[in-house]
Design a protein around this ligand. Sequence first.
Ligand code: ARG
Length: 462
Amino acid sequence: MKKKLWAGRFDKAMAKEVERFTASISFDKRLFRYDIEGSLAHVAMLARSGLISKADATALRRGLKKVRDELANGTYKPDAGYEDIHMAVESRLKKHVGPVADKLHTARSRNDQVALDTRLFVRGEIGEIDGGINALQRAIVRCAWRYRDLVMPGFTHLQHAQPVLFAHHCLAYVEMLQRDRERLSDCYRRADCMPLGAGALAGSTLPIDRRYVAGLLGFKTVSRNSIDAVSDRDFIVEFLAAIALIGIHLSRMAEEIVLWVSREFSYMEIDLSYLSGSSLMPQKANPDVAELVRGKSGRLMGDLVALLTVLKGVPLAYNRDFQEDKEPLFDAVDTVRGCLAIMAGLWGRIGMRRNVVEKALWGDYSQATDLAEYLVARGCPFRKAHEIVGKLVKRCIRERMALEEITLDVLRAASDKFDSDALSILQHHTGVKRKRSLGSTSPREVMKELRSWRKKLGLVTA
Ligand code: ARG
């Protein structure tokens, strides 16, 4: 282990096991770009405020860029012997530029430094994850567009409820994902606050210019309380909560895919390149991708709960506990990005089995609600209409008739308000077409939404 940069008051070396136990370099090294970006802005500010000379700033800038390149191309591997990425970068810098490196940490603590790095990281990842959701939305909308005229059973309680357009079902997912994007951008607003200059917790006696640093790093705001600045991890909690909810959405979607490719449903097929075989059963082709996405959502919830639990009961201001924020954060980011990308790939490899889906509607009585509304439109109170159609369904079940095959006589036996035009409602497609409310599954509404999503997601020009 190298000599500690903070060892002035120590006349004893740190015990090996303590070094090992407290080090975070093995995982926080992935922050190096942000760490150096932050240091470059800090250097510019120190020079501008007259705290270091222009020549010092030039040397530090050159050295920092060199360390960044070395870390990027792997010629410098900081694993062994450093506590964390901040120490590793500064020590390496000193190796390149000599004693002037000792000026870099002026008016700065690792407490505000790590808060800055993490905010930069979160801001960057929000953009990446947003892009991943966007790509998934595009894949879903493409699939919806391909099958835009397909009518399928809509479910409640996993029982056939009312017929809907497959595209309408798909767009429900697109809406969910859009809310995820909104949550991320809301989360960005609070991550977008610059903590550097808070020092360890109390600020600095030196004439630093925090707004200047914020400007250089593109932060919208500057933290207003130095104690809060170094102890706030809310922005990570929010981010992990947004990610956990993305995970839940992906998991629900994955579950439906698993269900729909099952032999019992057979609504959907997945291209063989996205299925896995069995080591024992020669006939198998399993939807492991969707299952793993469903499984990984558990990790995402775990990451959120892990961080919440770390923060609970931690006093102000910085405490070393906070170092435990990084592994859940990194894990959540990597996991959700992987899940989003593979789900986009999966949606591009889905085929709907039109015949099976349409056949599934036959005899399911899911036109009943539309029949009841037919009666309401002819002046029958809804509860009454509900009862009339309920009795009609009961009769059909008893006589083993599908609603699609009953005659006008049977309808009129149920209510004399039924006229011959009611017969067309017995076709599932008609019920879908007759919907008129805003946001309903009517082809007009769905096409309007499909078109607007295609435009919004850049799938069509103009
Ligand atoms: N590695 C620490 C973290 O991730 C930052 C260093 C602050 N350490 C300290 N002893 N004040 O939180």
